[in-house]
Design a protein around this ligand. Structure first.
Ligand code: ATP
Length: 390
């Protein structure tokens, strides 16, 4: 960072420090050092100074946003269980709800210094969700007028989102916002499920499908739900105790969602940790075993197809010198949002090429490709004859 910019940000950080009591558990010098080492990053474009933690830092989770009077923690990681019968009673001792786990990306919507902004898991302002929330949560401003210190946590999901290439099968175009949690900034905690469901109903916010309550000792009905989700191509469930006293939130996904992750990830494996594959193979093996899902020709066929179905085409392209890329589509309400989205990708060091831009029905429809340099050299190096010690 250039010296002058750093000086300015340090001053702004001092301002935030003065105006946010809970920050005092850390010394100002340590925060300044974190800023210098880019563990703490300035957030551009808000009405007052704000910063985000890149990784977990002294008890502040990754993606935590701080500003004058604002401490919005990063959305917590949810532990995964592999087996329902033993996993559920280990973590949950009373009745619990099963919320559908929606495949998309996580944003926290908050009223920040008088403006409604969407923040990604890592604490960036998300230009896409900030542009589109009025289409899906039309009563959000009204909600924040009454509850200015609540944060709406939701999954943005559908075929036209800028970040993930899997989505719920029943969303056929564009995206939807599925609200799954409300966080109270005042008390620094999530609302319990029933209080949250009542508010979400009142404000007509779309939620993931909610089932239950179930009992940890009687999980056959939950197994039935998961088998239905498997059939319907839905991702899985997030289990939430009726009372937080009775345990913690855990997640569980279907076998078929692991298969579809593999289809999406294998061509880009050079960008990911190779353990990504192993984790999914392990999960689906245990899931199928517990749920008595057959290990038969159909399953082997589906798994093989997921891995290799599109690989010949991909290798043909790489062999001709083309990069590995993935095409995304989005619709936006404002041209500035596209500029902000492109700036976001630049900051996140993601290479983008815009392929199409067209105003239609009051939306700017954009098609862009993400170019994956690591995946490209992963495959291209091998095709060019490079040897490797493995
Ligand atoms: P981690 O949670 O460990 O960081 P991850 O980012 O890979 O892992 P997932 O395995 O996809 O996340 O699962 C957690 C995410 O699932 C949440 O961050 C949230 O965005 C999403 N999600 C979808 N539906 C729900 C729901 N009903 N309740 C809570 N989270 C949900």
């Amino acid at each position: 960072m250039i010296e002058e910019e750093f000086k300015k940000q340090t001053e702004l950080l001092r301002e935030v420090y003065q105006a946010l009591r809970p920050l005092r558990k850390v010394r100002l010098e340590d925060l300044e050092k974190a800023l210098e080492q880019s563990k703490l990053l300035f957030i551009e474009g808000l009405k007052k100074p704000a910063f985000r933690f890149r990784r977990e830092f002294r008890g502040f989770p990754a993606g935590t946003v701080i500003g004058p009077g604002l401490l919005m923690p990063g959305f917590p990681s949810i532990p995964r269980v592999f087996v329902l019968k033993t996993g559920i009673p280990r973590y949950i001792s009373g009745p619990f709800y099963a919320e559908e786990k929606i495949e998309g990306y996580n944003v926290r919507l908050a009223n920040v210094f008088g403006e409604i902004k969407a923040f990604t898991r890592r604490g960036y302002v998300c230009p896409f969700a900030t542009d589109r929330w009025p289409d899906f949560l039309p009563r959000l401003s009204e909600f924040f007028e009454k509850y200015p210190r609540y944060v709406i946590c939701c999954e943005v999901a559908g075929p036209e989102n800028p970040f993930v290439s899997e989505w719920p099968p029943y969303i056929k175009e564009d995206v939807a916002f599925f609200v799954f949690d409300i966080f109270d900034l005042e008390r620094q905690k999530f609302l319990a499920p029933e209080e949250k469901y009542a508010l979400l109903r009142e404000y007509e916010f779309r939620t993931p499908e909610i089932s239950g309550p179930y009992s940890p000792q009687e999980i056959d009905p939950l197994k039935g739900l998961i088998l239905r989700y498997e059939e319907e191509g839905r991702e899985g469930v997030v289990l939430k105790p009726v009372s937080f006293k009775d345990g913690r939130v855990i997640k569980y996904v279907t076998s078929s969602s692991n298969v579809s992750d593999l289809r999406v990830a294998f061509p880009y494996i050079g960008e990911l940790d190779a353990s990504y594959i192993v984790h999914r193979l392990v999960r689906m093996t245990i899931t199928r075993w517990e749920l008595d899902q057959p290990f038969d020709e159909n399953f082997y066929q589906a798994l093989g197809e997921a891995f290799f179905g599109e690989m010949k085409e991909l290798l043909d392209k790489v062999a001709q010198g083309e990069p590995v890329e993935e095409v995304f589509k989005v619709r936006l309400r404002r041209k500035e949002s596209l500029e902000a989205l492109m700036a976001h990708f630049r900051t996140a060091q993601v290479r983008i090429e815009i392929r199409r831009e067209e105003w239609k029905d009051e939306y700017l429809h954009v098609e862009f490709a993400k170019i994956y340099p690591k995946a490209t050299s992963f495959w291209a190096g091998k095709l060019q004859g490079l040897a490797q010690i493995d």
